[in-house]
Write a protein that binds this ligand. Structure first.
Ligand code: ARG
Length: 407
């Protein structure tokens, strides 16, 4: 170890090994530079002598959290026609604030599933460069979608000739769009397989891309080493996306037994934003959400929660995905208690937001658990989340890459 190394000793009541589910208590985690160098029962004699000791008594240590579905450049109070007033530069600036809020909520890694103007990629790079603070951002750039579909912008009449940047129809056009997103820095691909709640004029249950197009997107992305996330509420679209080989399906509202079996066979992850419905129905009208979208939400919310229960029971691979940006950034952790309410154990909910997400991103040798050799993304909450999951709504300490970001 170098004489210049920054060493931290974190002393807490306990630490959760999210892989085994075991509670280590009392716990000491030692960090040198950006790596975890020891995890175990407290042992004062073992402290490196120039270490900075952080007292987290009364608290539980966990690995940094992952939210697999956010839109950092979107704001919860700007919906519907209000979004037409937002330029990509304006969105990037709000993204700076939202990135900090997300990090402060304990989420040290996110997937940003769609942004106009490659604003998410600019934000990711600004965080990497140290210009602003935020989580590790895995960014999709503009989401791919059919003309007039959920990932298009359908708010204006044809005279205005407005299309979202990710619109592409046909197998070669979608492959070209994947290549374009990679050219401009995307490190994953997002596409819309079905209609959605918040888009104008789309049927939430109806498939949009054909099987042929979805297969083309996934084949091209995988060829280039990128993972793929598919937005899908409707049953047929969910199945086609899984058959195409997507790494995760988002929302998964109208799932059936066949789709659940397909996901299990293929190892597909489900990322289900089951807190979202409470915000949309409670605050959505004020925020500008269209009346037709509120109607769609009334048909989706409860069904999605029942689908979540079924998928958990069946043993589908589950990750934590909130769709924050639709609702306020920083409130991501509110979804934990809903995940437990609708069928997960506390440990399963924590695994969804840590080791499972890291595995989906193929980052599990580096992140996702408190293990020697992994990157030092560490958070602390008051009390014990295995007993009361709602403590995840109040993260009091955040370290990312060995740097203290919140204390
Ligand atoms: N972005 C998603 C859509 O517009 C949000 C769905 C929210 N509703 C829900 N019940 N999860 O389709």
């Amino acid at each position: 170890s170098s004489v210049y190394a920054q060493t931290y000793v974190l002393n807490a009541d306990s630490a959760i090994d999210v892989v085994s589910g075991k509670l280590i208590s009392p716990a000491t985690v030692v960090v040198e530079d950006n790596k975890i160098i020891s995890v175990g029962k407290s042992n004062r004699k073992a402290y490196p002598k120039d270490a900075e000791v952080i007292d987290l008594s009364g608290h539980t240590l966990l690995p940094g959290l992952f939210d697999m579905h956010v839109h950092l450049t979107s704001d919860a109070h700007v919906h519907g026609y209000k979004r037409l007033q937002r330029t990509a530069p304006r969105a990037a600036i709000t993204g700076v604030r939202n990135a900090k809020r997300t990090l402060d909520a304990g989420f040290t890694s996110v997937r940003n599933l769609g942004a106009a103007g490659y604003a998410d990629i600019a934000l990711r790079d600004a965080i990497i460069d140290g210009d602003v603070s935020g989580p590790r951002v895995n960014a999709a750039g503009p989401s791919l979608g059919i003309t007039g579909g959920h990932c298009d912008n359908n708010l204006l009449t044809h005279e205005h000739k407005v299309f979202s940047e990710g619109v592409a129809d046909g197998p070669w056009a979608v492959r070209q769009k994947v290549r374009e997103n990679i050219k401009y820095g995307a490190n994953l691909i997002k596409f819309c397989a079905t209609g959605g709640v918040l888009s104008k004029g789309t049927k939430v249950g109806a498939q949009q891309y054909s099987q042929e197009e979805m297969t083309a997107i996934v084949t091209e992305a995988h060829l280039r080493g990128l993972t793929v996330a598919a937005h899908a509420h409707g049953t047929d679209g969910i199945k086609s996306a899984i058959k195409a080989g997507v790494n995760s399906v988002e929302h998964v509202s109208f799932v059936d037994d066949e789709a659940i079996q397909l996901a299990k066979d293929k190892g597909t992850y489900f990322s289900m934003d089951i807190y979202n419905t409470e915000y949309i129905l409670g605050e959505g009208e004020k925020a500008g959400i269209l009346p037709e979208s509120l109607d769609k939400e009334r048909k989706v919310g409860a069904t999605q929660r029942a689908s979540f229960t079924k998928a958990v029971k069946a043993g589908v691979n589950m990750v934590f995905g909130s769709d924050a940006g639709v609702y306020p950034h920083g409130d991501n952790g509110k979804q934990f208690s809903r995940m437990v309410k609708f069928g997960m154990t506390e440990l399963q909910a924590l695994q969804a937001a840590t080791i499972n997400s890291a595995t989906l991103l193929k980052q599990n040798t580096q992140l996702g658990s408190l293990e020697v050799g992994k990157l030092a993304d560490i958070i602390a909450v008051k009390g014990n989340p295995l007993k009361d999951i709602s403590v995840m709504e109040n993260v009091i300490f955040v370290m990312k890459d060995g740097k203290v970001e919140k204390q």
